[in-house]
Design a protein around this ligand. Structure first.
Ligand code: NAG
Ligand code: NAG
Ligand code: NAG
Length: 458
């Protein structure tokens, strides 16, 4: 009798196991975290990228509760905005600011807040912003999409307060999300210089994470639509080359039938001749349809056709992102009468920016000379900026920290910091040449006498 009961219990257990669904059946939600982590007029395009991405998600029927936007929000109402209250991502002058809901503005746009939002940590959001705010409250059935448009340097995405996010830190956050079952698939799109270096040799291929970057690990990203006649003397780049491509494509694609790979190949095609977008991580996600991440285009109230102008017009107005401050001033100067008062002012700013850039050049040259001696020519040093192998973090991390601490005017002055950061490929190379202590000592020597650096050793 007893054996019979045991058998019966056993049988019902087996049948319960057989009929139980392998996974919870709740359909997954789609979440988006859209981040423009730079401010100032010459970084206009990065906020435009994010506002337009927001519109594309709304057109896919993703509820506002599941879209989180971080943007400084100093563009739409800027004094110099000739279209007050509006923001455009390209020459089409289609307002992408209308109806956008920005959850984190001003100084709350920082690395700490970003991490807290992505990890769904409400307490950490409150600690970092002083208030309650929306977080990505995702579970194992949900797909999460993260988009960042900004500046970058090798192994880093920049933030407006200068507290940059390293590839190591981003990798840790991704690992946390994976371990805590906070996504089914996680997709990251990053439009920054050296964006590939956030994932190359780092992002695992077997944790359901897929990344697309504007450029590879060793090269710049581009901003475009920089010479709008409608903006006249206040010309600025209206969007990122990669971001404009994927957002406009998304707005005209049938998301049920177009795959993530198709979007990537379109972006690659559009970027031809500048930088080449890359894919990293779990590439099988590229075969999935866009509807899994961006919502369904059939929800579109007014499906839009792409309004991009012919590509020849774009090509003539592209700027590598690390030169945005400098080149935007030049573009503005070119659109004003040469002898006007305004031109004189802009010219003075331009010259001041050039001086800052020269000091940054000198710092990097002096540092390389300290290590290589006189054999290092300007040419080889420039070559190293965009030619480097894997990052040795145990050297690169403390050296970057030392450069920041020793040369704050280089690393925290808007007009020069992205330009200087774009030279850090030299540091990656030097880390493969000598040990950390030698390089730290060289950093101090190069800083001595440089106007952008503190004059006491740390
Ligand atoms: C990135 O995270 C993975 C685990 O997801 C880990 O194995 C790897 O060492 C990490 N890489 C770096 C550079 O932190
Ligand atoms: C990165 O892209 C640039 C420009 O397309 C190219 O010259 C360079 O070789 C690429 N670097 C790597 C590591 O593939
Ligand atoms: C990375 O740098 C550290 C510190 O200089 C050094 O000890 C280590 O050997 C380097 N690792 C590689 C793989 O080069």
């Amino acid at each position: 009798m007893r054996r019979c009961v045991v058998v019966l219990v056993g049988l019902s257990l087996v049948s319960a196991l057989l009929t139980a669904p392998a996974r919870a059946t709740r359909p997954g939600k789609t979440w988006a975290l859209l981040v423009a982590s730079a401010n100032d007029w010459w970084n206009y395009g990065m906020q435009a990228d994010v506002y337009h991405a927001f519109q594309a998600f709304r057109e896919g029927g993703i509820p506002e509760e599941q879209i989180i936007v971080m943007a400084y929000d100093d563009i739409a109402q800027a004094d110099r905005n000739p279209f007050k209250g509006q923001v455009f991502q390209s020459y089409d002058l289609y307002d992408v600011y209308k109806g956008v809901s920005i959850d984190y503005k001003g100084d709350t746009v920082n690395k700490k807040t970003f991490k807290a939002i992505l990890e769904g940590d409400k307490a950490a959001v409150k600690a970092s912003t002083g208030r309650n705010g929306k977080v990505i409250d995702s579970g194992p059935e949900d797909n999460v999409f993260v988009f960042i448009s900004n500046h970058g340097s090798p192994g880093h995405v920049c933030w407006l307060d200068g507290d940059d996010m390293s590839a190591k830190e981003l990798n840790q956050t991704i690992q946390y999300l994976h371990k805590n079952n906070r996504y089914n698939n996680l997709v990251l799109y990053i439009d920054t210089c050296f964006a590939g270096s956030m994932f190359k040799d780092i992002l695992p291929e077997n944790i359901g994470v897929y990344a697309v970057t504007a450029t590879n690990s060793t090269y710049y990203a581009w901003s475009i639509d920089c010479m709008s006649a409608a903006f006249g003397e206040d010309a600025t780049c209206l969007g990122g080359l990669f971001s404009i491509s994927w957002v406009y494509q998304l707005l005209s694609d049938d998301r049920k039938h177009s795959t993530m790979n198709m979007q990537y190949h379109e972006a690659k095609f559009a970027s031809e001749g500048k930088c080449i977008p890359q894919q990293y991580g779990d590439l099988s996600i590229g075969k999935k349809t866009q509807v899994s991440f961006f919502g369904d285009s059939a929800q579109n109230k007014k499906p839009k056709q792409t309004r991009r102008l012919p590509r020849s017009a774009e090509a003539r107005s592209s700027v590598a992102k690390h030169l945005l401050a400098y080149q935007t001033l030049k573009n503005q100067l070119a659109s004003m009468p040469a002898d006007s008062e305004k031109a004189e002012l802009v010219n003075a700013k331009l010259r001041a920016t050039e001086t800052l850039m020269k000091h940054a050049d000198k710092f990097i040259t002096d540092l390389a000379m300290e290590v290589y001696g006189r054999s290092a020519t300007q040419e080889t040093i420039s070559w190293m900026e965009t030619n480097f192998g894997p990052i040795n973090w145990s050297c690169y991390e403390p050296v970057v920290a030392a450069v920041r601490a020793r040369c704050p005017d280089m690393m925290y002055t808007e007009e020069v910091r992205y330009y200087a950061g774009a030279k850090f490929g030299v540091l990656v190379n030097l880390c493969n040449e000598v040990n950390t202590d030698t390089l730290l000592a060289a950093t101090n020597t190069a800083a001595n006498g440089n106007p952008l650096c503190l004059q006491e050793e740390l």
